[in-house]
Design a protein around this ligand. Structure first.
Ligand code: F3S
Length: 283
């Protein structure tokens, strides 16, 4: 009998680092603390921070109106315009942009200066992509599907550089790149996909295949948690979704030998530990 908790469950390196920076500011700040956008997509965490005095600013207008305080940039990063907006007296910027995202900002800025048109493989509405775009030129393209290439790219005399949103699907990235290369473009390909999501999925699949019951912890609306659930359900039919401890039904683990636990990217350690403790208690 045993419980296997995925090592990759919960926050990735970049998100953990950003949250640590927020708590560090709560301890040391002598002025109001703000985050630009919610630090993670987890209402309980954002609510807890609000109670500790960390307010969320959602728009550039709100940033511009701020007279004093500490503003934390979350792991998704932001475009250059936001840094310019915060570069004034009374405002201190704490940059919690994930270093992997920061690296993409540097790449697109350099490549655009060297005359390459930048293509971002990603979701145009995602804040990370908006931020990357904000370091590049106005002619930057965001492409989600290979079908879009014909309508978006006209002649082949342009020099291109392609990067990816850190959570972009690798297979889709390969398809895009292949299609552009076939058309005869001079293209510099930089695979900027982060491994954190894929590693979490691979480990979840491996654990689910070995256990009698599997728990996937995370927000109902979190797409990466839903994806984990689907992966685990394929390997282990007794896979359960847990958002809060109330969703934990002790009867699920009656007379089973092995239990597995994983969690989505915005799941705090605390809930993972609580579920773990409850499962251990029952076994
Ligand atoms: Fe996380 Fe940074 Fe990768 S935020 S998913 S470690 S790019």
């Amino acid at each position: 009998m045993g419980v296997m908790v995925a090592k990759t469950a919960g926050f990735c390196f970049g998100v953990q680092r950003a949250i640590d920076q927020v708590y560090e500011q709560i301890r040391t700040a002598d002025r109001p603390v703000y985050t630009f956008g919610p630090i993670i997509h987890n209402e309980e965490v954002v609510q807890d921070l609000e109670e500790k005095g960390v307010h969320v600013l959602n728009t550039e207008e709100e940033l511009a109106a701020l007279r004093e305080g500490i503003v934390i940039i979350r792991s998704h990063g932001v475009g250059k315009a936001v840094y310019d907006l915060l570069d004034r007296e009374g405002i201190t910027l704490v940059d919690a942009t994930c270093p992997f995202v920061k690296k993409i900002h540097g790449i697109v800025q350099k490549q655009r200066e060297e005359g390459r048109r930048v293509i971002i493989a990603g979701d145009p509405k995602h804040p990370e992509v908006e931020g990357i775009r904000g370091w590049s030129a106005a002619d930057t393209l965001v492409i989600e599907d290979a079908e879009q290439i014909d309508e978006l790219l006209a002649g082949t005399d342009e020099k291109l550089c392609i990067v990816a949103q850190t959570t972009f699907n690798y297979k889709k990235f390969q398809d895009l790149v292949e299609k552009i290369i076939k058309k005869g473009y001079d293209i510099l390909v930089l695979n900027t996909i982060c491994n954190a999501t894929q590693e979490r999925q691979v480990e979840a699949r491996r654990i689910a295949a070995q256990v009698d019951v599997m728990f996937v912890i995370g927000g109902r609306h979190s797409s990466n948690t839903q994806k984990l659930f689907e992966i685990c359900k394929k390997e282990c039919k007794n896979t359960y979704f847990i958002q809060t401890l109330d969703d934990f039904n002790p009867e699920c683990v009656n007379s089973v030998r092995n239990v597995g636990i994983t969690a989505g990217a915005s799941t705090p350690k605390q809930i993972i530990e609580e579920v773990h403790a409850n499962v251990r208690f029952k076994l």
